[in-house]
Each structure stands twice: as structure tokens, then as C-alpha cells.
Design a protein around this ligand. Structure first.
Ligand code: EPZ
Length: 420
């Protein structure tokens, strides 16, 4: 086990290059299973979750080659030998469920371990299954697995009660090779859904409406391998933007897409941060005390739940009281008790946190509980006075490429050590 040690009180300054989006790379890797030839995917972040998805695709029979130095992965799925996703892999990464759609259209069957819960919530997949059933899949739940069978899925009209991101992605992938037209209503509008749709269309799919809440997919008979570059990670970008704002820093984020971060940028500006945007970069600086600002997490284009913990760290140092409401996941406040150990004044009332800004945070030993909670502790630690020690940092490695190197290059005093 390892831990991260941070000596805080630093103002971050300089440039940081944003990596490819984890939540676009994962569905795109799963979608490569739909072709019987090679896919070359560029700008793939080197993360634990990407490695887990690579292991899963390899287990299914695909040949996965990661070209380390330039973040390019080649995936050749000419011969799949399995159509199941085992519990050992799914339990470490919920996004494994993304192979469900591709497997059932490629192999006519799929057996995927039910994901089980995680720190932030129950994470059910009932809507994924409802949509596949509407498309003609026969579904059985047995011994913690879901088993699906279908000769060939047929197009259907699917209304999603909740605009689930991976649910939309699974159904889009399945519909790409179904017979007939599928319409997904109340679909997720996240940029990662659009990135997946662009990849599938490059493979020969016929998808329109991605990025809106109605996506139409005209099924085709086959898809071919293609070459694609994954979009920048908007949550990594938001995290570094928050890190600059919380430390009264001045940071230029390169290789990002500010237009994917409208809600986050407008909230940062509300707190008094200065944000200047270019097409593929943004500069975030802040002088003087942050002002309190209320936030409610919502599906895209609303304020992203994946930025809630980072924003709460920011508001812990703001002047005034902020109300932060989490509407997407039922248990996404696990970072609150850790931030309180650093001197934050936060009270939870149901799915709302009342954050009373403190004049300063003080470094303390804290524990990471999920991916984005880890990020909030890192930025709090860099802003706090004294030393912060973060344990269970395997959560962090799932979603942030080279975070210590990137933060150190901005002036942070941060290092990874073996946990005693
Ligand atoms: C995706 O998760 C992201 N993961 C999450 O990012 C992100 O927080 C989430 O979307 C919301 O934006 C990936 O893209 C790999 P949902 P997903 O299905 O698809 C409920 C990170 O930190 N729901 O949109 O699993 C669900 O319980 C991760 O990078 C059902 O009830 O989220 C939740 O309350 C964390 N039934 C809500 O919908 C279903 O069948 C939204 O979940 C599916 C979802």
C-alpha cells in the first residue's frame, strides 16, 4: 500500500497538459469489440481503470497492445473466445459493464457479473437491462451474474427513467448492430457519449442525435476497425482548475476543451476566480479570498457530480456559506469527514452539505474513499498549512494520470511513499 505526503501552503503556477478522458476511453475500448479488425486508439490515459478494461478485453480473446510512450492502444478483436465478464474484474471497475452491449451483439450472448455497489452508491444496471430486453434480449439473473441471449437484437424505442451515462453507451453500442432503428429517449448528453458515438460512426455505425436527449441509431450489418483520438478529460481539467483556484494560483491548462466545462467555469467565476478560455486551453487564476457559491449536481450540461468533491474542498476556504446538493449518487459525501479533519466546517443534511468557509485548512492524516474524493483531498492538502498524508491512494490511480508529477511541475510539494 502507498500513501501521498503533501506539504501545503503553495500557490500553484505554470502549465499542465490534460490527458485523454477516462470516461470516453473506457466505452471506446469496449466498442472495439464490435469490429472484427484492429482499432487504434490515441490519447488514452495510462490509468488503472484503462488497464483493467484492457485485461477484460484480453480475457475475452482480443489482442490488446498498449504503446506506452505515446498513450496509444491497439485492440484487435478478430476472434473472441469468451463472452463473460468475471466478478474478479467487474468488482474492481463498474465500467466493465460496458462490455455487455458489445458482447451480446458480437457473440449472441453475454454473462456479466452484476457490478455490486461501490463507495458512492448502489450503482444498479436495471436500465441497461430494460433497454436490452426491449431490443429482444432474453435476460436471466443467477448467482450474482446477468446472462443475456439474443440471436440478433432488433431496433426499439427506449425511454430511460434516468439519463444513465453508461446505460446510454451500452444501448448505443448494442443498437449499432441491431436490425432496424433504435431511439433512446432521455439519453445522457455527456461529451463522453458524443465521443463514443463519433468513434462508432467512424467504424461505420449510423448514429445521430448524440449530445442531445434523443439518440437515433440505424442498425448496420457490420462495423470495421478504425483509428481514433480520445477527447480530453473534462473532469481532470476541472480538478486542476479547482486546484489553481484553491491555492490562489495561476495555471494554464493545455489540451483541454473549456466548452465541456461551462457549468464548472461559471461556478469558478462566481467564487471570484479569473478564467480565460481558448479553444483548447484555459487559464485559471485567483487573487484574494474565494467567495461562497452554491452548487447542485445535475446530468450534463449541469454541474458534474464528478466535480462535487473538488468544489467542496474549494468552498471549505471560501468567505461565507455554500450549499452543495448531490442529486446523482446517494452516497457521494464520503470526503466530508476527511475534509473536516483538515478543519473544514461542513454539516450534512440528507443529500445536501452546508459548507461554512474557514479562514484556513490544516494538514492532517486523511483517507481516500473514492476516486474524486481522493482528488478533493489532494487539492485541500496543497492549500492547507502543514503536512497532509493521504492513505488508500489506489482510488486516485484509477482516474488521474501522473497526478504527482503534474502537481509537482506546478510547484506542489507532493510525493508518494510506501505506507509504513
Ligand atoms: C458514469 O457512471 C461515470 N462513469 C461516472 O464517473 C459519473 O459519475 C456518472 O456517469 C454520472 O455522470 C463512467 O462513465 C465510466 P449513471 P454511470 O448510470 O454511468 C442510477 C468517475 O468518477 N442508475 O449515469 O455508472 C445510478 O445509480 C465516475 O469517473 C440506475 O438507477 O452513472 C445513479 O444514481 C464515478 N439504474 C444515476 O443513475 C441504471 O441502470 C446516474 O448513474 C443506471 C444508473
Amino acid at each position: 500500500m502507498q500513501k501521498i505526503i503533501i506539504n501545503g501552503g503553495i500557490k500553484l503556477k505554470g502549465e499542465v497538459k490534460i490527458s485523454g478522458a477516462k470516461n470516453a476511453a473506457l466505452p471506446i475500448m469496449a466498442a472495439s469489440l464490435l469490429a472484427q479488425s484492429e482499432c487504434i486508439i490515441h490519447n488514452v490515459p495510462r490509468l488503472m481503470d484503462v488497464a483493467t478494461m484492457g485485461k477484460l478485453i484480453n480475457y475475452l480473446g482480443a489482442e490488446v497492445k498498449g504503446i506506452e510512450e505515446n498513450n496509444t492502444i491497439s485492440i484487435n478483436t478478430k476472434a473472441l473466445v469468451k463472452s463473460d465478464a468475471p466478478y474478479e474484474l467487474v468488482k474492481t471497475m463498474r465500467a466493465s459493464v460496458l462490455v455487455l452491449g458489445p458482447l451480446i451483439v458480437r457473440c449472441g450472448e453475454a454473462k456479466v457479473s452484476l457490478p455490486g455497489g461501490c463507495a458512492i452508491g448502489a450503482r444498479p444496471i436495471n436500465l441497461h437491462l430494460m433497454g436490452l430486453e426491449k431490443m429482444g434480449a432474453e435476460i436471466k439473473l443467477e448467482h450474482g451474474y446477468v446472462r443475456l441471449k439474443a440471436k440478433r437484437l432488433k431496433g426499439a424505442k427506449i425511454y430511460l427513467d434516468i439519463s444513465t451515462v453508461t446505460g446510454t453507451e451500452n444501448l448505443m453500442m448494442a443498437a449499432a448492430l441491431a436490425k432496424g432503428v433504435t431511439v433512446i429517449e432521455n439519453a445522457a448528453c455527456e461529451p463522453e457519449v458524443v465521443d463514443l458515438a463519433n468513434f462508432l460512426n467512424k467504424m461505420g455505425a449510423k448514429i445521430s442525435g448524440a449530445g442531445t436527449d434523443v439518440i437515433t441509431i440505424e442498425g448496420v450489418d457490420s462495423l470495421k476497425g478504425t483509428e481514433y483520438r480520445v477527447m480530453p478529460d473534462r473532469i481532470e481539467a476541472g480538478t486542476y482548475a479547482a486546484a489553481s483556484a484553491i491555492t490562489e494560483g495561476d495555471v494554464l491548462l493545455k489540451n483541454c476543451m473549456p466548452r465541456h466545462l461551462d457549468a464548472v467555469i461559471s461556478k469558478l467565476r462566481e467564487t471570484g476566480a479569473e478564467v480565460t478560455e481558448e479553444a483548447d486551453s484555459m487559464r485559471v487564476k485567483r487573487k484574494g479570498r474565494l467567495k461562497a457559491s452554491d452548487v447542485k449536481t445535475l446530468p450534463y450540461p449541469g454541474f458534474p457530480t464528478d466535480m462535487q468533491a473538488q468544489f467542496m474542498a474549494l468552498m471549505s476556504l471560501a468567505e461565507g456559506t455554500s450549499i452543495i446538493t448531490e442529486t446523482i449518487f446517494e452516497n457521494r459525501f464520503t470526503h466530508v469527514s476527511e475534509l473536516k479533519r483538515m478543519g473544514a466546517d461542513i454539516k450534512i443534511q440528507g443529500n445536501t452539505a452546508v459548507v461554512k468557509g474557514a479562514a484556513r485548512l490544516s494538514g492532517a492524516p486523511v483517507m481516500a474513499t473514492d476516486l474524486r474524493a481522493s482528488a478533493s483531498l489532494i487539492i485541500a492538502g496543497i492549500a492547507a498549512e502543514g503536512e497532509t498524508e493521504i492513505s488508500r491512494i489506489y482510488h486516485l490511480d484509477r482516474g488521474y494520470e501522473m497526478i504527482e508529477e503534474k502537481m509537482s511541475a506546478l510547484g506542489a510539494k507532493i510525493k508518494r511513499v510506501a505506507a509504513s
